[in-house]
Design a protein around this ligand. Structure first.
Ligand SMILES: [Zn+2]
Length: 175
């Protein structure tokens, strides 16, 4: 999983927790015991309710990034979230107040939003249609298409090469 210390890495870890391994869709949160360990390591409570929230928000975020749902579906995930002002060092300091057990789901939504604002179009699904992972493209050209060159890039290139050579052979045979 990605480095979850940064909000971006955390978001990517959530989005990419349903990979396809050897053609079989997996869910890294399917085993509640294992999922709770992960939630705790990410700073959560590790409760069943929290896991449900995270899994639901993951489903919505994945659909939003794939363009299948409008971002407004994320609204319920933000309910009850407020900003609380307090004087600190002579200044007003605002802290986010999130209902207990919803911190991780809210963090994922806020990370998605800040990425969408600051780097629109940089978060996208892997172009390999058999892959369910997402990528955040930081390159200058913004032309990355694969979750990773090793996992999908080379495979897709090999497939295209195979199709090209096969098509050429078919053409030659016909001609
Ligand atoms: Zn991929």
């Amino acid at each position: 999983m990605a480095d979850i210390a940064s909000d971006e890495g955390f978001l990517l870890a959530i989005l990419n927790s349903t990979p396809v391994a050897d053609g079989v869709p997996m869910d890294e949160f399917a085993d509640p015991a294992r999922a709770r360990v992960w939630l705790t390591s990410a700073g959560g409570l590790g409760t069943e309710a929290e896991l449900r929230h995270v899994v639901e928000v993951r489903r919505l975020l994945q659909a939003v990034v794939r363009g299948e749902l409008a971002p407004d579906v994320l609204d319920p995930a933000l309910r009850g979230v407020t900003r609380v002002p307090a004087m600190e060092g002579g200044h007003v300091n605002w802290t986010l107040s999130v209902p207990p057990g919803r911190e991780l789901a809210v963090r994922a939504v806020l990370a998605w939003d800040s990425l969408a604002r600051q780097s629109p179009g940089r978060l996208r699904p892997c172009a390999n249609d058999e892959c369910r992972l997402f990528l955040i493209d930081h390159s200058k050209a913004n032309a990355a298409r694969w979750c990773s060159m090793a996992a999908c890039g080379n495979r897709m290139k090999a497939r295209r090469h195979y199709q090209r050579t096969r098509n050429t052979r078919v053409l030659k045979r016909d001609g």
